[in-house]
Ligand binder design. Structure first.
Ligand SMILES: [Zn+2]
Length: 340
């Protein structure tokens, strides 16, 4: 749609096997014309051979690709959306993540309200502890933005880059969590959490949504420098989420955190409204929120490279907790409204 060259249908058709087999220098989809009409487009990072998961340069490369003019903001159903999803799915495959339920592949297709064909990208590291493995802690972000020149670097290529680095780290370390760690890059969030709603109303076959016990959501985690504050929204007193965050804040003395506020402005609202407690990591961006100036050049990569490991540690802490993760959640609607 908004991408006028012919590269994206090629991207769409590129099989996972082919994409993974292509040598890095070839550029894969990115090399098939995107650079011809968008000479400033960064290369498409394809490798998961990254011994250091939270390397700032690698996270920068992932984010810059997702927020490149070639992908034009990843609007649902657009060629940029297709390319972003295939990029995420290829990384999941490269990392050896398992598919979710009995889904074939990592994409869960759906059609949004405007009739665009898009998808959630889902993968998991399956839990290993009897009695807990059936429960899932969901680490989520959204892939889509608006397009039309709004590239959505902070909103939310930053969350996707963080999600990929967390998966990389857990795989690098050979982590076998007690509970299943579910990774989701949801589609069509900007138009009303459509991807996460679809996931809950039409879950993958053999996936039990009643065993989804926590949501750790990331949206706009690349603008820490604007207010020097990382908001851990949903971290209400008495929740397992707050305990998990508190256990790891000292590892990141460069970050100042805010606790206890609520938010229903991202996919976490989908889960909270169904009784699933959440942590929503967010940094404020008053200047370029939903504006064309939300570009990769503005992202605070140094802070992002600290926020991602914090979120990863918190998620793993939750997955391995012996506590009832819903403890402290008295009334769902009150929690979502911020008064547990
Ligand atoms: Zn967002």
């Amino acid at each position: 749609m908004k991408l006028k060259d012919s590269s994206s249908p090629v991207c769409r058709a590129t099989s996972l096997m082919l994409a993974l087999a292509l040598p890095l220098a070839s550029g894969g989809c990115q090399g098939r014309g995107v650079t011809a009409s968008h000479s400033l487009s960064p290369p498409r990072p394809q490798t998961c051979d990254r011994p250091t998961a939270y390397e700032q340069a690698d996270m920068t490369a992932d984010l810059a690709y997702l927020a490149s003019p070639a992908l034009d903001g990843r609007a649902p159903g657009s060629p940029g959306d297709v390319a972003a999803r295939s990029f995420i799915a290829e990384r999941f495959a490269c990392l050896g993540l398992a598919t979710v339920g009995s889904l074939v592949g990592f994409e869960q297709p759906f059609t949004d309200q405007a009739g665009n064909h898009t998808a959630n990208v889902l993968g998991q590291i399956t839990g290993t502890k009897p009695g807990l493995a059936a429960e899932s802690v969901l680490i989520s972000c959204h892939t889509d933005h608006f397009g039309g020149g709004k590239l959505g670097a902070n909103d939310n290529a930053s969350g996707v880059a963080a999600l990929l680095s967390i998966a990389q780290d857990l795989v690098n370390r050979g982590i076998k969590p007690d509970r299943t760690l579910l990774f989701a890059a949801f589609g069509a969030e900007e138009t009303g959490f459509e991807g996460s709603e679809y996931f809950m109303t039409n879950p993958p076959p053999a996936f039990d949504t009643s065993k989804l016990v926590y949501n750790v959501n990331m949206d706009m985690v690349g603008s820490y420098t604007a207010s020097k504050m990382l908001h851990a929204l949903g971290s209400f007193d008495g929740t397992a989420g707050k305990t998990a965050v508190m256990a790891h804040t000292s590892e990141h003395p460069n970050l100042t955190l805010s606790f206890g506020d609520e938010s229903s402005l991202s996919d976490n609202a989908t889960f909270c409204s169904r009784g699933v407690p959440y942590l929503f990591f967010w940094t404020e961006d008053t200047e370029c929120y939903h504006q064309t100036c939300d570009t990769s050049a503005r992202v605070d990569y140094a802070s992002l490279a600290s926020i991602a490991p914090l979120v990863g540690s918190v998620s793993l802490e939750l997955a391995n907790s012996s506590s009832d993760l819903r403890k402290g959640i008295v009334a769902t609607k009150d929690v979502c409204a911020g008064t547990p």
